[in-house]
Design a protein around this ligand. Structure first.
Ligand code: NAD
Length: 482
């Protein structure tokens, strides 16, 4: 069967890359190509930028309610295709269809709806004194760029596109070349919904070609990026040359900290397990370092391991699978190498530690068993560097001060979760750890109004709620003398 050929969306039309070249897109569960996406380059970004520039004045001039109506229409179209999109997302990324159906696609719908509503509710600022009235105009930037990763493809793609469009910008968006399928589906839906040509342009291809051309393009006024810290650094330095605004959401090495006084009900323990292994551990918010107070360490470990060992790795199409395949051969190799490095550093593998063979259609897929490792100090590479797979390390600690020191012992600072029934302690520790997001007795409980992002090497700027609308607009103060 010929591979499904994906297209770019430029000026309201589906088209191939100017070069006519394609990249193979693999199905992680089978290890085989299932589609091809345009291998675009500078010419395609130029065409998208020209279309976006032409569309910008008209789109910015629409009343906020009109732009919101367009976003609501797109949200409804995505929702109507929920099942198909969930299957596409799973095929591209290896995640269980059930997860895409319950998390990725509903959240994509929610992103579009949230920013459609937010833009109609966003108040203006005014400052009045005896001498003057100052008010702040928040104007769209013009053409903006959105670059997203492979782990939550449509979820993170829409998380950027929705506020950019709501705020009145026109967009050039680049999904990951590893998981381009649902972004292509969004292109089809944008046309079907009558989004004006040039308002949303989607250009597929490699980061160093398409992404870099976007970052360097003089018409692109801002870049909203989610991906690895290494790419974020390259984007920050390239964007600095033209003083582009950048928002960078990058890697993490997140702690989950369990105090002896935590309520370790079965449901809470399930959440702690999920915080390590959901989406095969390929979520920037996953807690990959599990810090447990020494007085409960042995008992906790026993209960935790029993749950981890019960997780089922299998065909993402089966509802019985808790974990699917890792996203690519390269990522599979990286995660396996990290497990070997952990062993070489003296880590003891308590669960998993090996690839999983899933017989039948998935025999050549990239599956890894949920892996738990103990016996490693905080300052080893395993505990400092992001693995981004189903690998959790267990670290005992004696008291609050030690927990804080271990938690902060990494260059990353995205998200942490704390488990304790002592609210004073929770607040004290939350204030002392260097992370942009702290969950107490929960994980990944998201309210889209809250600021989202990391500190240190995990991020620059914040997404979410008005933070995203601020990023995608320029403030202009207007002072009228009394
Ligand atoms: P990546 O950095 O390799 O790629 C991300 C995107 O950037 C892709 O679209 C890629 O094509 C593009 N890109 C690559 N090189 C580029 C360049 N030179 N210029 C412009 N664009 C370029 O990341 P990935 O492997 O796709 O995603 C995994 C990473 O994303 C992990 O580190 C994870 O922690 C991070 N992540 C962070 C968050 C967050 O909110 N902080 C969320 C999800 C994922």
């Amino acid at each position: 069967m010929p591979l499904l050929a994906l297209s770019n969306l430029v000026d309201g039309r589906l088209c191939p890359a100017a070069s006519g070249d394609y990249l193979d897109v693999f199905e992680p569960a089978t290890g085989k190509p299932h589609a091809r996406c345009p291998d675009s380059g500078t010419r395609d970004v130029d065409a998208a930028a020209a279309a976006a520039r032409r569309a910008a004045p008209g789109w910015a001039a629409l009343p906020a309610q009109e732009r919101a109506r367009h976003l609501h229409r797109l949200a409804a179209a995505v929702e109507a295709r929920l099942d198909d999109l969930a299957r596409d997302e799973s095929r591209d990324s290896g995640k269980p269809v059930a997860l895409a159906r319950s998390v990725d696609i509903p959240r994509s719908v929610a992103n579009l709806r949230f920013f459609a509503e937010a833009i109609t509710q966003w108040p203006s600022e005014a400052h009045v004194d005896a001498r003057a009235l100052n008010f702040t105009l928040r104007q769209p930037l013009g053409v903006v760029g959105c670059i997203s990763p492979w782990n939550l493809p449509l979820y993170l793609f829409t998380w950027k596109i929705a506020p950019a469009l709501a705020a009145g910008n026109t967009v050039i968006a680049k999904p990951s070349e590893v998981t381009p399928l649902t972004a292509f589906r969004l292109s089809e839906l944008a046309i079907e919904c009558g989004l004006p040509p040039g308002v949303l342009n989607i250009v597929h291809g490699l980061g160093p070609k398409v992404g870099q051309a976007m970052v360097e393009h003089p018409q692109v006024k801002a870049i909203s990026f989610t991906g690895s810290t290494r790419t974020g650094a390259a984007i920050a330095s390239a964007a600095a040359k033209s003083f582009k605004k950048v928002s960078l959401e990058m890697g993490g090495k997140n702690p989950a900290i369990v105090f002896a006084d935590a309520d370790l009900s079965d449901a809470n323990l399930d959440t702690i397990v999920r915080s390590g292994f959901s989406n095969q551990g390929e979520i920037c918010l996953c807690g990959s370092r599990l810090l447990v107070q020494r007085s409960i360490f042995e008992e906790f470990r026993q209960r935790y391991l029993a749950k981890v060992k019960a997780l089922r790795v299998g065909d993402p199409e089966s509802d019985a699978s808790d974990l699917g395949a890792l996203v690519s051969q390269a990522h599979f190799d990286k995660v396996m190498a990290c497990i070997e490095r952990a062993k070489a550093e003296g880590g003891r593998v308590l669960a998993g530690g090996q690839a999983v063979n899933v017989p039948g259609r998935c025999a050549d897929g990239w599956f890894v068993a949920p892996t738990v490792i103990e016996g490693l100090p905080q300052d080893c590479a395993t505990n400092r560097e992001e693995i981004f797979g189903p690998v959790v390390t267990l670290l005992p600690f004696d008291d609050e001060a030690e927990a804080v020191a271990i938690a902060n012992g990494t260059e990353y600072g995205l998200a942490a979760s704390l488990w304790t029934s002592n609210l004073d302690r929770a607040q004290r520790v939350a204030a002392r750890i260097d992370f942009g997001i702290v969950w107490i007795n929960c994980w990944m409980l998201r309210d889209l109004r809250t600021p989202f992002g990391g500190v240190k090497h995990s991020g620059v700027g914040r997404e979410g709620g008005v933070e995203a609308l601020r990023f995608f607009t320029e403030a202009k103060n207007i002072c009228i003398a009394s």
